[in-house]
Design a protein around this ligand. Structure first.
Ligand SMILES: Nc1ncnc2c1ncn2[C@@H]1O[C@H](COP(=O)(O)OP(=O)(O)OP(=O)(O)O)[C@@H](O)[C@H]1O
Ligand SMILES: [Mg+2]
Length: 420
């Protein structure tokens, strides 16, 4: 970063000299990667990172003087733009979780194979967007937010992966934060969260919308289906016809009730501008706008970003995320970013058939295949999401960015014309 030689500058931090040398040798033949310094503990890592400003730090977790988690936190604050890849031995899940919360972009299980190491370095080097930082777990766990965050996963183009990313994001949020996480099937007509999480039950959102006036903690507890991931699932209606009968106001009441019970509520939404979907987007603290590198999708996303202005969705509410990122599609992620004048908050790789297999098996990739690159991308997305939501301290009385629309302005067209 400091030198403009186009290479990725790497700092290696590990207390075992032999490990440092092995990692350095593994990178020696990569023309685009250069090891600029080596540190034997966390304190040295922070000092050398400030001095060399590398794009990437390979950080061991267990080190004397200052461990890798504290060093990661310090680097996030003192050397913004530097990306940390945390390295640990198996069975250090708790440490990995804390490292991701401290701001690490990726993790590698030791000893990593060279291909995986190089791929991870190149991958995180591309992610140089500045981020906010939050305190590591412990502090963050004990602080129970007064009101939970609603995260709507939306795309103006169908089939880009909203359901796949919603279920994985919910599980990843739980894994990272150990907080109370819910996933809601917000597609009232063609919902498929039940399939993606292999969850069947004879209770669903209708049990809440039909009793919208007396929803309480116990009713929510009864209706939300427990999942092996420790995420609670609110299933969609059993058929489209009953889904069509749900009103935006009922949905709003349900979501407001859920955010009192859960720290994070992820909502998989339909690709539509109907009143139900808009009521979810209105209430959301973040709209994760998911897209792929296809012209048709790019066109629709541009259109949505333009609509977001009259709809009252401010920049901070929208989080653009690239899914199925693949360099072989003829369109570069960077060109889309400059065209949209926005950075991708996160990029999720193309898992090819592994994602479909996971959906077919009903086991989110982040549960079963934690070492899969796409599972790591989704954990990174979860960390970025937690970071982006944490500094925003909302009071229990805070109003949503846009209040629920009156019934008179129906649909997107009605909504937009009613504003003029
Ligand atoms: N990162 C990924 N890599 C590879 N395949 C993916 C990825 N994300 C999603 N998919 C695949 O894309 C397809 C569509 O995914 P999904 O059903 O989640 O999309 P959706 O946006 O919810 O679609 P719909 O508009 O029908 O609701 C599935 O086959 C899924 O396995
Ligand atoms: Mg879907």
């Amino acid at each position: 970063m400091s030198e403009s030689d186009g290479k990725i500058h790497v700092l290696i931090a590990d207390d075992i000299a032999e490990t440092r040398d092995i990692l350095e040798k593994a990178l020696y033949f990569e023309k685009d990667i250069v090891v600029v310094a080596k540190a034997a503990n966390g304190r040295e890592a922070v000092q050398l990172a400030r001095q060399h400003r590398p794009e990437v730090v390979l950080m061991d977790i267990n080190m004397p003087e200052m461990d890798g988690i504290a060093a990661t936190e310090a680097i996030m604050v003192q050397v913004p733009g530097t990306q940390v890849i945390i390295m640990s031995v198996q069975n250090e899940q708790e440490y990995l979780r804390r490292a991701m919360l401290a701001g690490a972009r990726e993790y590698l299980i030791k000893p990593p194979d060279t291909d995986e190491l190089v791929r991870s370095i190149r991958h995180v080097a591309k992610l140089s967007a500045p981020r906010a930082t939050i305190p590591v777990a412990g502090g963050s766990e004990s602080k129970h937010a007064e009101i939970g965050k609603l995260i709507a996963v939306f795309s103006p183009k169908g089939g880009v992966g909203c359901t796949a990313i919603s279920v994985n994001l919910a599980v990843a949020l739980r894994q990272l934060t150990s907080k109370k996480v819910a996933i809601v099937d917000g597609n009232m007509v063609f919902g498929d969260v039940d399939v993606a999480m292999d969850t069947r039950a004879n209770k669903n959102i209708l049990d809440l919308t039909n009793r919208a006036n007396d929803i309480d903690e116990q009713l929510i507890g009864d209706v939300m289906v427990p999942h092996a991931s420790q995420v609670r699932v609110l299933l969609g209606p059993p058929d489209g016809q009953s889904g069509e009968a749900i009103t935006p106001e009922q949905l709003r009441i349900v979501l407001e009730a859920l955010r009192k019970q859960f720290d994070y509520v992820v909502i998989d939404t339909a690709t539509a501008y109907d009143d139900r979907t808009l009521s979810i987007l209105d209430l959301a603290d973040r709209i994760l706008v998911l897209m792929t590198l296809e012209l048709t999708t790019i066109k629709n996303v541009r259109q949505f970003l333009e609509l977001a202005v009259p709809l009252g969705y401010g920049d901070e509410k929208l989080m653009l995320v690239l899914n199925k990122a693949d360099s072989r599609l003829g369109i570069k992620a960077e060109s889309v970013e400059s065209q949209m004048r926005r950075r991708f908050a996160a990029q999720i790789g193309n898992a090819a058939h592994d994602m479909t297999l996971a959906l077919n098996q009903g086991v989110p990739l982040v549960m079963d295949r934690r070492n899969h690159q796409v599972a790591k991308d989704i954990l990174n997305l979860a960390a970025v999401m937690v970071n982006s939501l944490t500094p925003v301290v909302k009071s229990a009385h805070a109003k949503p960015a846009v209040a629920a629309q009156p019934a008179a302005s129906r649909g997107l067209f009605g909504r937009l014309t009613a504003k003029h």
